[in-house]
Design a binder for this molecule. Structure first.
Ligand code: NAP
Length: 235
C-alpha cells in the first residue's frame, strides 16, 4: 500500500485518519468541500487536496486514480442522497483491486443478524425522525449507501463505530461481526481509534467483506472479554 485517498478528509474522523496514514508513511490525497480546505492547513505540503463535494463523481475519480486504498467517511447530511452518491462515486471510480474502507455507525446491518437493545432502537428511530423533521440528515440514505457497498464485488470493508468520544488513543479497537455481542456492550470508542481502525483495515485482508462493529479495547466489556478468553485458554 503506497498511495491512499481520504474522501471527507476535513471532518474530525478524516483529520485523524490523515495523521495515522501519514504516520504509516502513506502518500495521502483527499477530497473535501471547498469551504473546508482551511481546516487542513496543518497538513500543508504533506497531502494533496481535490476540493469538491464527496458525491461529485468527477472530483472523486481524479482523486482516487492511482490509489491502492480509499477511506470514505459516509455522512448522511441533507436530503440530496449525499451518502449514497459518495459511495457510488467511490465504487465506480476506484482502481480495480483497491481496498475500500467506509465508515458508519452500529445502526447499519449487513445481513439483519445484529441484535439491538430497545434503547438502541429508540435512539435510532429518534435520530431518523429528527434528521427528517429538520431536513438535516437522511439516515435512510446511509442505509442505501451501505446496501450498495454490500452488493459490490470490490474489496470493501464497512467499519461500524460505536459512540465516539474525543481523547487520547486507547489502542486499536476490538471488533465483533454483530452488534449484540457482549464484547461490544460498553459502546464507546475514542474517535482517534476509530480512525486508527479504518487505516488498519487497509492492510488487514481478514476484514474484506466484513462489517466490523468496534469498541475501545480499554472499555469494560472488551477487558472482561479479554479476561474470559485468557481464563478459557488457561483451562
Ligand atoms: N458521531 C458519532 O458519535 C458517531 C458514532 C458512530 C459512527 N459515526 C460515524 O463516524 C463517521 C464520522 O462522523 P463524525 O461524527 O466523526 O463526523 P466528522 O468526522 O466530523 O465528519 C462529518 C463529515 O461530513 C461532512 N459534512 C458536515 N456537514 C456537512 C454538510 N452540511 N453537507 C455535506 N457534508 C457535511 C464533513 O465535511 P466538512 O469538513 O466539509 O464539514 C465531514 O466530511 C460517520 O461515518 C458516522 O456515521 C459517528
Amino acid at each position: 500500500m503506497t498511495r491512499i485517498c481520504i474522501i471527507g478528509i476535513s471532518g474530525k474522523l478524516g483529520q485523524y485518519m490523515t495523521q495515522h496514514a501519514l504516520d504509516r508513511g502513506f502518500d495521502v490525497v483527499g477530497v473535501c468541500r471547498p469551504e473546508s480546505v482551511a481546516k487542513l492547513d496543518r497538513f500543508k505540503g504533506r497531502i494533496r487536496l481535490y476540493p469538491g463535494r464527496t458525491d461529485d463523481a468527477s472530483v472523486v475519480a481524479q482523486a482516487v486514480a492511482g490509489c491502492d486504498g480509499v477511506l470514505t467517511v459516509l455522512a448522511p447530511w441533507g436530503f440530496t442522497n449525499y451518502a449514497s452518491g459518495t459511495a457510488r462515486a467511490v465504487l465506480h471510480s476506484a482502481e480495480p483491486g483497491a481496498r475500500l474502507i467506509f465508515s458508519c455507525g452500529w445502526h447499519i446491518s449487513k445481513d439483519g443478524k445484529d441484535r439491538y437493545s430497545l434503547r438502541q432502537r429508540f435512539i435510532y428511530a429518534l435520530f431518523t425522525f429528527l434528521g427528517w423533521a429538520t431536513r438535516m440528515a437522511d439516515i435512510s440514505d446511509q442505509v442505501r449507501a451501505t446496501k450498495m457497498i454490500f452488493g459490490s464485488d470490490t474489496d470493501w470493508t464497512v467499519v461500524r463505530g460505536s459512540d465516539l468520544k474525543e481523547g487520547e488513543s486507547e489502542g486499536l479497537p476490538v471488533w465483533a461481526p454483530y452488534v449484540g455481542d457482549p464484547v461490544l456492550a460498553s459502546n464507546r470508542t475514542r474517535r482517534t481509534d476509530f480512525a486508527l481502525f479504518m487505516v488498519h483495515a487497509l492492510t488487514d485482508d481478514r476484514l474484506i467483506h466484513e462489517a466490523p462493529a468496534i469498541v475501545s479495547r480499554q472499555s469494560a466489556s472488551a477487558r472482561t472479554h479479554a479476561m474470559e478468553e485468557a481464563v478459557s485458554v488457561g483451562e
